[in-house]
Design a protein around this ligand. Structure first.
Ligand code: FSO
Ligand code: SF4
Length: 537
């Protein structure tokens, strides 16, 4: 196997024996085969679209299939075998509908066993073509990883009924482009930035889905302790799964807790209205083994990031949606969470109330821009000197204390906006307020990056300047491919001087890095002191 798509890749270069995430070589090979097959399908889908042939079911399948290969989503080989077969069936159908027989990837997988498919996949990895130009490989992979993030957001949006054919069309176009040997470095850079642009549309759709269905988040205090009684913990990012579970547990004497990226769900009016939607438990994804172990109820994983379950909670954890772990019970499309509920009732639950304080959530675009006048006055009057967007993913590798130290050392006349699971490094710090404006504003999940972009753009408009001219610095942490596409979106918007850590992606070649530095002045995080000095001039 060879995989270097995430930040924790082995030795900072690539996982070759087994994934640091727990991905087995068989699954890596099946994922490579699936991506290969999706590229082949995309060649046909592009031609089919030219003939006016579209298939929304196929569009959604493609998003789900790509999302399944994102880090920490699906570790179950059997699920990939099914996805590969479905991809082949769609390709065959498009072949017939278009009457074309295109040269390109075809897997001829029908009737092959899992082991045979693994053997095919082993020949198709990132490094399969040793002669490929290093910069072309780097940009093709950057594009594929950007597409993984884009597909994830498009899938989240589609679940809430928000779809745009232009997003699906780009996914096909870009996947097909990774097979085009005539594309040079400049073309591929352009496609990566286009991926960032299309992702803004996908995130706009997701924002419309979230706020249209559950209302605009409002500032909400969330308990970090527990309430005596039976309990279910919901992790991942999916608001609809949470809502369905809240409905199915009403009146059952079970309290629902969020974990990880589900924390911001407490701010949505249509979710917070449930009395048994109690509080937040635990921190970021990489601490789950310890935290799930200690949780006295059942656990539902709705999306990434799942890690290998410990035996102590293997029978208390459930997956749904695209998440999968071999041997872990999966709740399918019925979304009948009865096993999760019955499991929780059979667990002991929390014996007593515990108080661990609270955190505030719900500072998405509507809430922040609702007090825009106050913020603008505070900036003009000098009460707020600078904004820092300290956002992105958390992770297990050392070096991430930088983000905690950064937030602690940001001067008291500055405001910190945050989003995604990286916030768990500092989410419970009491930073106080500036004239009633909290100094720590939790915009939401990584899925809410659109909200942060809208806040930045509204401030730029109010000050009649560009986003780069605002007193605003981007201090980002990355881990997986949603973060890759958000970065591409920020680059598409022309945002400069981003600090990215805790390490730069292994798949970025020195020349590609050079292009990014030259055009966007992006830089790895340095020391807190240096980066603060640079930001505050
Ligand atoms: Fe974190 Fe995982 Fe949300 Fe990611 S839980 S790391 S960027 O999947 O999606 O922020
Ligand atoms: Fe390694 Fe990350 Fe790939 Fe997992 S997803 S195999 S940790 S590079």
């Amino acid at each position: 196997m060879f995989c270097y798509q995430c930040e924790q890749t082995a030795k900072g270069t690539g996982c070759t024996k087994i994934g640091v995430c727990g991905k087995q070589p068989e699954v890596a090979a099946l994922q490579d085969l699936l991506i290969h097959a999706l590229k082949g399908l995309s060649l046909y889908a592009v031609k089919a679209a030219e003939k006016g042939i579209r298939d929304e079911k196929m569009d959604l399948f493609v998003c789900e299939a790509i999302f399944s290969t994102l880090t920490n989503v699906d570790f179950d080989p059997a699920r990939f075998v099914a996805l590969i077969a479905e991809c082949e069936a769609y390709t065959k159908s498009l072949k017939e509908k278009t009457g074309l027989d295109l040269a390109g990837p075809s897997c001829s997988c029908a009737g092959k066993s899992q082991a045979e498919l693994v053997a095919v996949g082993e020949t198709l990895g990132v490094m399969a073509d040793a002669t490929l130009d290093a910069d072309v490989r780097s940009l093709r992979e950057l594009l594929v990883y950007g597409l993984k993030g884009l597909a994830a957001y498009a899938d989240h949006a589609a679940i809430l009924g928000q779809k745009d054919p232009a997003v699906f069309a780009f996914i096909y176009e870009a996947l097909a482009a990774t097979l085009d040997n005539t594309l040079a470095v400049g073309d591929l850079v352009g496609l990566c930035l286009k991926c960032g642009e299309v992702n803004i549309r996908a995130m706009e759709l997701l924002d419309a889905g979230n706020t249209g269905t559950y209302g605009h988040p409002v500032p909400t205090s969330v308990p970090l302790g527990a309430k005596a009684g039976k309990a279910i913990l919901v992790s991942g990012h999916d608001l609809k799964d949470l809502e369905l579970l809240l409905k199915q547990t009403e009146g059952k004497g079970i309290n629902i807790y969020t974990h990880g990226e589900m924390l911001p769900c407490h701010g949505y009016p249509e979710l917070k209205k449930y009395d048994h939607f109690y509080g937040h438990y635990g921190t970021a994804w990489q601490n789950q083994a310890k935290e799930f172990d200690a949780f006295p109820g059942t656990i539902l994983m709705t999306t990434n990031c799942i890690q290998k379950p410990k035996e102590t909670y293997n029978d208390r954890i459930f997956t749904t949606g695209l998440v999968g772990w071999p041997g872990v019970a999966h709740i399918g499309d019925s979304k009948d969470f009865t096993p999760v509920i019955e499991g929780a009732l059979a667990c002991e639950g929390f014996a007593a109330d515990t108080d661990k304080g609270t955190v505030m959530v719900g500072f998405a675009r509507n809430a922040v821009l609702g007090v825009a006048d106050k913020i603008i006055d505070a900036v003009k009057g000098g009460a707020i000197r600078h904004f820092f967007l300290v956002g992105g993913c958390d992770g297990a590798k050392p070096g991430r204390n930088y983000y905690t130290d950064m937030v602690e050392q940001i001067p008291s006349d500055c405001v910190v906006l945050t989003l995604a699971c990286g916030k768990f490094r500092f989410f419970d710090k009491q930073l106080g307020d500036i004239g009633g404006i909290p100094r720590l504003l939790d915009v939401g999940q990584c899925n809410d990056a659109y909200s942060a972009v809208r806040i930045a753009m509204a401030l730029a408009e109010a000050f009649d300047c560009g986003v780069n001219d605002l007193p605003l610095s981007f201090i980002l942490s990355w881990y997986e491919q949603k973060a890759c596409v958000i970065l591409l979106s920020l680059l598409h918007l022309g945002i400069k001087d981003i600090k990215l850590g805790p390490s730069l992606p292994a798949f970025i070649s020195p020349n590609v890095l050079g292009v990014l530095v030259e055009n966007f002045n992006i830089a790895p995080t340095g020391t807190v002191e240096e980066d603060l000095k640079a930001a505050l001039g």
